[in-house]
Design a protein around this ligand. Sequence first.
Ligand code: ADE
Length: 225
Amino acid sequence: MRIDIITVLPELLKSPFEASILKRAIEADLVEVHFHNLRDYTTDNYKTIDDYQFGGGAGMVMLIEPIDKCISKLKSQRHYDEVIYMTPDGETLNQGIANTLSLKENIIILCGHYKGVDQRVRDMFVTKEISIGDYVLSGGELGAAVLCDAVIRLIPGVLGNETSALTDSFQDNLLAPPIYTRPRDYNGHKVPEVLFSGNFPKIEKWREEQAYKRTKERRPDLLDE
Ligand code: ADE
């Protein structure tokens, strides 16, 4: 998989890709991530990327021209499955969207800033709009990092134990059950006995029950879906 991220603040985005699982995925060539600074696609001396809104109103709007230049250059080099725009009015990110995107070959992620991009960018180039939640960030970069993390860890081979993504919370619309490790008794706080029974069908059943109980208590909305 290849991900091209278009941003005015590449330095805000880079560190999540320089540590841990994402770093290893990149080093193992399971994913390529490229950053494109929008200012490199401006044509004036001031490297202008935004301007005032037509019709008046507070906040600057990102210009279509540098975005067009950047996206067109990328598209001339390869086919893209999706051009994703990070925006608070997009579809809210969930595990299903992450699963679907993890199967794509090449994607572009466009990070918005200020009030956002000229509507014509969305009309002409964007194929999918994603929000990471009902709150407003100062730019799409942190959202793009969240999206990339959720997607990249699902690419086969990225997680050490391939089954571990399958047992994550949300994969079956249930939250994950409680988990324990050593010590068996911590100052009187004991690990549930069933986990030492050696009876794996019984342990599996216990985990399913716990996952259901936890989901019912914390996220009953997931059970309605
Ligand atoms: N840009 C600003 N706020 C955002 C959000 N909630 N999700 C994605 N991109 C954003």
